[in-house]
Design a protein around this ligand. Structure first.
Ligand code: KIV
Length: 291
């Protein structure tokens, strides 16, 4: 029997009952693995700008980039909830354009979108997207699309005023109708306070153990990205090193004529007599028996 599909109401209900496991994925094979591993939510994050496209931050990622990857990831997942991350400038110009862009994510296979920020102009956009029947996940704290305004990738909410602002934004996002809220790089005590005060699940990244769920970037978790490794990342594998070692073995086999060999040589044909007469040489090889 196929496992039950995770829905937006199911994620909301997990606040009371179980911790939420979320991971990013950006293509068919990674989403398929995350889905099979039991991820509740797969975020097609704009972090793909850094870990897939090689940019120094997420600001260059376009709607087209995101839709391309959302389509691929959505094809790989059958159970997990797919959340598409709206990139920089896709919800900043007008409410109308934001709703249209959010709709493109749904048409690409996302069940919901994520939007960064919690100031009043952002709340208006989120309300309009929700009004178009598109569930929204909020995201506050370190919002990477604001890296220039924030002055770098820094912990947010350390001072009392900033903490109060984040508490107010969390309440406003809950009130607006977001179904979950990412808290990125905020002190654990603040994340705990917000988690207690709002009725929707919080999903932390660098926000401590008291959130209702956690999210990590696929490439960070697996050791596939050799850029900056934030302090809060736990590596569960070193796949990048394994891949490089495998490619090195393959290249050595090619150079030393160890590949292909009797086991891997797939196609043989007996050279035609006329061809051999015309061009000379050629080893006559038996066709392998059909399986
Ligand atoms: O883009 C992303 O991967 C994210 C997560 C880190 C929450 O926004």
């Amino acid at each position: 029997m196929a496992a039950q599909k995770i829905t937006v109401p199911a994620i909301r209900a997990m606040k009371q009952t179980q911790r939420i496991g979320m991971i990013t994925a950006y293509d068919y094979p990674s989403a398929k693995l995350a889905d099979a591993a039991g991820a509740d939510i797969i975020l097609v994050g704009d972090s793909l700008g850094m870990v897939i496209l090689g940019y120094p931050d997420t600001l260059s990622v376009t709607v087209d980039d995101m839709l391309h990857h959302t389509r691929a990831a959505a094809r790989g997942a059958s159970r997990s909830l797919i959340v598409g991350d709206m990139p920089y400038m896709s919800y900043h110009v007008s409410v109308e354009e934001s709703v249209r862009n959010a709709g493109l994510f749904v048409q690409a296979g996302a069940h919901a979108v994520k939007i960064e920020g919690g100031k009043p102009s952002r709340i208006r956009v989120i309300e309009a997207v929700l009004d178009a029947e598109i569930p929204v996940m909020g995201h506050i704290g370190l919002t990477p699309q604001s890296v220039n305004a924030l002055g770098g990738f820094k912990v947010q909410g350390k001072g009392a005023d900033d903490a109060r602002r984040l508490i107010d934004e969390a309440a406003a996002l809950e009130q607006a109708g977001c179904f979950a809220l990412v808290l990125e790089c905020v002190p654990s005590e603040l994340a705990s306070l917000i988690t207690e005060r709002i009725s929707i699940p919080t999903i932390g990244i660098g926000a401590g153990i008291h959130c209702d769920g956690q999210v990590l970037v696929y490439h960070d978790l697996l050791g596939l990205y050799d850029g900056h490794k934030p302090k809060f990342v736990r590596r569960y594998a070193q796949i990048g090193a394994d891949i490089q070692a495998a490619i090195e073995r393959y290249l050595a086999d090619v150079r030393e004529a160890r590949f292909p060999d009797d086991q891997t040589e797939a196609f043989h044909v007996a050279l035609d007599d006329e061809l051999r007469e015309l061009y000379g040489g050629g080893v006559v090889i038996e066709m392998p028996k059909a399986k």
